[in-house]
Design a binder for this molecule. Sequence first.
Ligand code: PLP
Length: 430
Amino acid sequence: MTTSPFQANLESAISMDEADELRAFRHQYHFPIQSNGEPYIYFCGNSLGLQPKSTAEHVLQELQDWQNLAVEGHFHAKNPWMPYHELLTNAMAYVVGAHSNEVVVMNTLTANLHLMLVSFYRPTKDRNKIVIESDAFPSDRYAVQSQIRFHGYDPNECLLGLMPRPGEVCLRKEDIGAFIEQHGSSIALILLGNTNYYTGQFFDMKQISEWGHARGCMVGFDCAHGAGNLPLNLHDSGCDFAVWCNYKYLNSGPGGMGGIFIHERHLNQNGIPRFEGWWGHNKVTRFKMRDDFEAIPTAEAWQLSNPPILSMAAVSSALKLFEEAGMERLRAKSIQLTAYLEFLVNSLGKNVIHIITPADADERGAQLSIQVKNADKTLYDQLTKQGVIADWREPDVIRVAPTPMYNSYQDVFQFYEILKNALGDRHEQK
Ligand SMILES: *Cc1c(COP(=O)(O)O)cnc(C)c1O
């Protein structure tokens, strides 16, 4: 038996916080406040990230420029609106591990998923299936079902779900490979959440892309729970496209804008089907309002409208903090922070609690999904009353996501104490 590097006491949590190079970043965020005036322990960054303190200033700048310059702001605002989205591209590409020409911040996640499906789901009589996780996020499921119908096919036949083995919750990598091998010739598109929203399982995107491509399938990922959570290396993964939102781990505000990744090999391809709008047109001639669409040779070709600057200002301030903190340092802290949570939760006794997220750090990000025997939502309500904001999934799972950007080891320790008390006599005494 290996000995754990962790201890279940406050002193060790404090000393880990003192050794944490990123500890100051927490002060750059607004935490929600309980009625007793204390901040909540916030573990819901996988659902809606906290507001950076710098965001108000970024948004105000645009409000002021609009107030003072009106239409002239397109060219003369402090950050001119015409090329505003370009301000975000390098930081966004950095966070998801892509080349700058492969990424653009636009629209919202499900809208972007539809646009990507237009380009990358091109069913034929013999190859018309889409593979998703059997427990895919509902919006993704609705999007692909409706796209299958849009092309005149039947989702009951064309939508394949990857199912875990009986009695298991996560998918085994080798089973994904075997599935692709078996059904590959009829699969048009493999679309997985790169980090499953429910189990927290992180998939090997590179391997899955290789398997899919070897069988002639397109491969895309929904990185809603991956972007800002862990390095994604989208370019090197070789996947064809990816979509994500910026409001979860990336803290850009409720309903904040999404992002897309399109692998370089698909850029500047004349034949690619795409829904188009004026913001995807050559910037030099855009305002000549010519009849024929001339695509920008980057992922920007998929842009439709002139973008919402106020929303983009929030993305801009949020991404700056990721550049400052650095994805490598965030990931290093995240691995340790989540391992610490795992250690503490497991010490409560496996008869009471079962972590369904993979135990291997390479197969997960920040989140642990904790199944509590015989629990119902009253347990979750009790945690909230005690100052913890996490996330409850029926019937019995608490999703807890300590984010390396703004959570501390003390947050994790306090959560453990609150959970232990809430479990009361369910807690197995050793
Ligand atoms: C959060 C999330 C969404 C949300 O989609 P919106 O279009 O931003 O409302 C979709 N898919 C997954 C996998 C998610 O985690």
